[in-house]
Write a protein that binds this ligand. Structure first.
Ligand SMILES: [Zn+2]
Length: 249
């Protein structure tokens, strides 16, 4: 290996370390900067990447603050300490709060992926099954409910292990969605899935006609009418049951 090659090799070896230092150093230096600015010695300093916790202080757990503040100038850090100090005049405290809230913490530390924001992503293999269920809903709506039921989002769940399906309404009693267990559809096949979908559609019908969501007399009568078992028992033997308010299996 020639000198030039060796040098470039050394540069490559160094490069990741350098960039690592650049990334880590501000966060590592933050506690000392805070102590220098007046944070009580010995206070535990914990950095978070949770956008909902920018600054919090607890006598037992110490100071928690967003890691992005590691890149903040001293006056922003001083504002955090002012905000946390006892017996600070209200106006001063509010001004301090405005000052540190204005600092863009996300610029250096991107927020973690938000939990389920906007429409849920649908796996491609789910899409085909959901497409069939939506079509099935249309057919059954025409056949058994004179097309009176509204269109409703249908989704598959990987989390339902004993339950086969679920109908959910919001707090105002408006239909939200029908969920079917993906395992159930795969394992038990389309005739069983159709029966489950019809079961949930009877709940949708209860919901849309202002009836209570239950497995009572009107449910059983309607279930018989649409040709499913009125005993509200799943083919695999697991019982349908009421769970969250506005939600029914
Ligand atoms: Zn049910």
């Amino acid at each position: 290996m020639g000198d030039a090659a060796r040098q470039s090799r050394q540069a490559e070896d160094l490069a990741p370390q350098l960039s690592l230092d650049l990334d880590i150093a501000p966060e590592a230096a933050l506690p000392d900067r805070l102590f220098r600015l007046g944070l009580a010695p010995g206070t535990d300093v914990t950095l978070t990447k949770n956008r909902t916790v920018l600054v919090s202080h607890h006598p037992r757990y110490g100071l928690r603050l967003h890691a992005g503040y590691a890149w903040a100038p001293d006056d922003v850090l001083a504002a955090i300490l002012t905000f946390l100090r006892r017996r600070v005049p209200k106006q001063e405290r509010l001004a301090a709060r405005r000052r540190f809230l204005a600092f863009p913490v996300d610029r250096h530390v991107p927020p973690r992926a938000p939990v389920r924001q906007g429409p849920r992503a649908v796996a491609p293999e789910h899409e085909m099954i959901i497409g069939r269920l939506v079509r099935l809903h249309e057919i059954l709506n025409a056949r058994h409910f004179s097309n009176t039921l509204g269109t409703i989002p249908i989704r598959l769940s990987d989390k339902m292990s004993t339950r086969l399906g679920e109908f959910r309404a919001d707090h105002d009693g408006k239909p939200v969605e029908i969920t079917l267990s993906r395992r159930h559809v795969r394992r038990d096949g389309w005739p069983a899935a159709t029966e489950t979908l019809l079961h949930e559609m009877v709940h949708q019908w209860q919901c849309e006609t202002g009836l209570p969501l239950d497995h009572g007399a009107t449910f059983r009568r309607k279930a018989r009418e649409v040709g499913i078992r009125p005993n509200a028992t799943a083919p695999a033997g697991s019982a349908y049951y009421l769970s969250l308010p506005g939600t029914i299996d």
